[in-house]
Structure formats: C-alpha cells, structure tokens
Design a protein around this ligand. Structure first.
Ligand SMILES: N[C@@H](CCC(=O)N[C@@H](CS)C(=O)NCC(=O)O)C(=O)O
Length: 149
C-alpha cells in the first residue's frame, strides 16, 4: 500500500518497539510525539486509537495499534525488508515468538514491574505461568531456534 507512514508515539513508551521496527524496515516515516495526558486523550487521536494509547501508525488508509500488530503489519507491507518468513517452520516460529512477546512476556514483565503476585490457588489462570518460566522459555527453545539459522 502506498502512502505516508505516520508514527504516533511518546519517547518513554512501547513506541520504542515500533521505532526499532520502522528503522529495520527502512521506509521514510513522520513521527507525531503525543503527550500522555493531553494530546493522547484528545478526540483527534482517539479517532486513531480509541484507547488513547501509543504506539499507533497510520499508513495511507490503514490504521494499526498494538506494538506487535504494528510490527507484523510493517513486515507484511514491506516484504523487501525480509522480516516476515514466507512459509514453513520459519513462519511458524515468527508467529510463535511474536505472540509470545505480545502475550506472556508482556503480561509477566508488566505484572512483575507492578509487584503483582497472584494468589497461589489462582496462579494457573495466568497465561504466562511465572516470570521465571517465561524467561526460561526465551532462553531455551527460542535461543536454540535462533542459533539454528
Ligand atoms: N497493548 C498496547 C499497550 C499500549 C500502552 O499501554 N501504551 C502506554 C505507553 S507504553 C500508554 O500509551 N499509556 C498511556 C495511557 O494509558 O494513558 C501495545 O502493545 O501497544
């Protein structure tokens, strides 16, 4: 899709994930820095992201929110960057670890930063298990897959 890429962000935010991806993709983009309590909550930005959160991008007519979704969108939109495996086991790993980062890793690290500890009898409800399990998982199969390339 043709069209300008507009990147809505704040420097102290998950927008750093998208900034990294935009640099990897290598396409020109325009950055709009939003303020947490004013411009991010304004009706004009809520039309982009009703959550009033960053990051988000607009690319032509397409609006994408959620850091992982933005990364996946950009990988698809600019295949010449070679960031989205076309098919097979490499694509399976791509999906697996993309969703692992957006789900278990995000939840475990956020809960840890907030000091949240689930009551032992409810711990099985946590999709990530424990932060230690998440980190062990990243250190194990993920690392082996990276080294196999
Ligand atoms: N699930 C979203 C999280 C977005 C998010 O929570 N962004 C924070 C900054 S890192 C934000 O905009 N907070 C402002 C607010 O909630 O008022 C993503 O992965 O992009």
């Amino acid at each position: 899709m043709a069209g300008e890429i507009v990147f809505y962000t704040h420097p102290m935010s998950r927008g750093r994930i998208v900034r990294w991806m935009l640099e990897e993709v290598g396409q020109p983009y325009r950055t709009e820095i939003l303020d947490f309590s004013t411009t991010m909550k304004a009706p004009s930005y809520r039309a982009v992201n009703p959550m009033g959160k960053v990051p988000a991008i607009r690319h032509g007519d397409a609006v994408v929110t959620e850091a992982a979704a933005i990364c996946a969108y950009l990988a698809d939109a600019f295949p010449q960057a070679g960031l989205c495996p076309a098919s097979g086991p490499a694509r399976a790993s791509y999906f697996r670890w993309m969703f692992f980062a957006a789900g278990p890793l995000e939840a475990a690290t956020t809960n840890n930063a907030l000091g949240f500890v689930a009551p032992a009898e409810r711990a099985r409800m946590l999709g990530y298990g424990t932060l230690a399990q998440v980190l062990d998982t990243l250190e194990g199969p993920c690392r082996r897959q990276l080294h196999r390339r």
